[in-house]
Design a protein around this ligand. Structure first.
Ligand SMILES: Nc1ncnc2c1ncn2[C@@H]1O[C@H](COP(=O)(O)OP(=O)(O)OP(=O)(O)O)[C@@H](O)[C@H]1O
Length: 503
């Protein structure tokens, strides 16, 4: 059934081409089917009722990942029961094809096409699903990058909408507070302390740190605890706006400056942020020409909309963020030094996740709960070894990458308990080039402060040294029954140094 259609060898292919439209269409349909059957990664056919009636040889290799040991268990079942997130029933219902789509389920993420099949009378009698690529991450990088950007924007818009609904229409206030920035490691505690202080000032804040470390989250938190919290928080992602549109986006357009949509003029982000905060994300990507205009706006507190010769005052607090090395950009002449100094008044460095691995268990819990709630999936628990494996990774994409891995884990596993095996598989498939092994599970006593020794080894070195010093001082004082001079001698310290440590 549905085997490849063979064409007879011909002397001249053109000579044998049919001339009438129905034969040409039949030939085209057969040839197209042949191409799909050979070039695709798998095909699946469902009947009018949505039952799987056939799969081809290539498709068979997805069965174990979908949870089926044999073709017999799979074929004959309603497609929605055996392929999670399938849209085949929608194709049967609407009679419309879905030419290109991303399908994510237990077996992975795939690029798929779905076509309705009709009888001679035009009635839909079934549907054909074709898996075009089974490793979209390597085959379709630009497409996927765009998809994840759009997905992220959609998620953020949904979150913002939910908050607006809660807070009443018209609110554009920050979505996150400092409590939403998860982490209790020393670098995060220090960062939050500095950020709280920065929130009280009206000077520009510059957030520096790798991609996905939480700079945007922190910008929201700073705004929310600043005296401008009741005002709007307006964000511009400079890297996402085409260069030609940036100036209008920032400074607005005067009425009559353009024909078309902008004929009536419109406010730019500076004006929209009036009384609140303007968050300039990816400031390192700002074109040089616009940098000069931004500098002037910041210095004068006034902006000039496009097509206007009037200066308008604005009152917005600036928070800028970048994952680029601004100092290097300045040295290379790609970022204005004067603008750098103007923005670098309160710099805050957001640490990469690999420098605060001890925050991973808490992040894991919060992110898993949020993602499970959002997708109405059960919230699984992670084994200690699975947590250790996740904590050992380099996380070049930081919290965003960790979040994506958790999302994949939720989608692919129904189990309430996730162990190293499941985590390893998702890490491998999510494109992490080298998976760091989890530290071996040494049975370790829990120390006085409740931290497991293996967990402790994942803390920043300065914290480990401090903890060890505290233990040594306590032990020496116990051994000398509180005699500080004797304890200092025991530790090889002067009395002054011991007092310093005690304080
Ligand atoms: N400390 C944290 N606690 C909870 N969630 C976090 C934390 N840090 C980051 N996230 C989450 O990780 C994702 C990425 O964070 P965010 O967009 O703030 O990073 P970013 O540094 O601004 O990234 P980029 O430089 O790529 O714009 C978001 O979903 C955010 O909610």
């Amino acid at each position: 059934m549905l085997g490849a259609i063979k064409t007879e060898p011909t002397e001249s292919p053109v000579a044998n081409l049919p001339k009438d439209a129905p034969s040409i269409l039949t030939l085209a349909a057969r040839s197209l089917f042949d191409v799909f059957a050979h070039a695709s990664e798998g095909m699946l056919l469902v009947d009018r009722t949505g039952r799987v009636v056939w799969i081809n040889d290539q498709y068979r290799r997805f069965l174990p990942a979908l949870g089926f040991a044999s073709e017999q268990e799979f074929v004959g079942q309603p497609v929605s029961a055996v392929v999670q997130n399938t849209q085949m029933e929608k194709v049967l219902e609407t009679g419309k094809p879905i030419l290109i789509d991303l399908l994510t389920n237990k077996a992975g993420t795939f690029v798929v096409s779905r076509f309705p099949l009709r009888d001679d009378a035009g009635q839909v009698i079934g549907a054909l699903g074709v898996v075009l690529f089974d490793q979209p991450q390597s085959n379709l990088q630009p497409f996927l990058a765009k998809f994840s950007l759009l997905q992220r924007e959609l998620d953020e818009a949904r979150d913002a909408l939910a908050v607006q609904r809660r807070a009443g229409a018209g609110s554009r206030q920050a979505r996150h507070s400092f409590a939403s920035f998860i982490g209790a490691s020393a670098p995060v505690v220090d960062l939050k302390r500095q950020a709280r202080r920065a929130a009280q000032s009206s000077s520009p804040v510059l957030l520096l740190g790798e991609t996905g470390t939480g700079k945007e989250l922190l910008a929201h938190a700073i705004h929310a605890s600043s005296p401008r919290a009741k005002g709007p928080l307006i964000s511009v992602n400079i890297a996402a706006v085409p260069e030609t549109l940036l100036e209008a986006e920032f400074f607005g357009v005067a009425p009559g400056a353009y024909t078309g949509a902008d004929r009536k003029g419109r406010d730019g982000k500076f004006r929209l942020a009036d009384g609140g905060t303007l968050f300039l994300d990816e400031i390192g990507d700002m074109p040089l020409g616009l940098q000069a205009k931004l500098l002037r706006a910041l210095q004068e507190g006034e902006i000039e909309p496009l097509g206007s010769n009037r200066l308008l005052p604005f009152d917005a607090r600036i928070i800028a963020a970048t994952s680029r090395d601004l100092v290097k950009l300045v040295q290379e002449g790609r970022f204005r030094e004067d603008l750098f100094y103007r923005l670098n008044v309160l710099p805050l460095r957001v640490p990469p996740l690999r420098d605060r691995a001890s925050d991973i268990p808490a992040l894991l819990e919060v992110l898993t709960e949020a993602l499970a709630l959002r997708s109405a999936l059960p919230q699984p628990e992670f084994s200690a070894q699975a947590i250790a494996l996740l904590s050992a990774q380099q996380w070049r994409g930081n919290v965003r990458e960790l979040r994506n891995v958790i999302e994949q884990l939720l989608l692919r596993n129904d189990s309430a308990w996730l162990d190293v095996g499941e985590v390893e598989q998702v890490l491998r498939e999510s494109g992490i080039s080298q998976i760091a092994p989890a530290p071996s599970p040494v049975p370790t006593p829990t120390s006085a402060d409740g931290v497991q020794a293996t967990d402790r080894l994942l803390l920043p070195l300065s914290q480990q040294v401090q903890a060890l010093e505290r233990q040594a001082v306590a032990a020496a004082l116990k051994a000398t029954q509180g005699n500080k001079l004797a304890a200092a001698k025991l530790l090889g310290l002067s009395r002054a140094k011991l007092y310093q440590r005690l304080s």
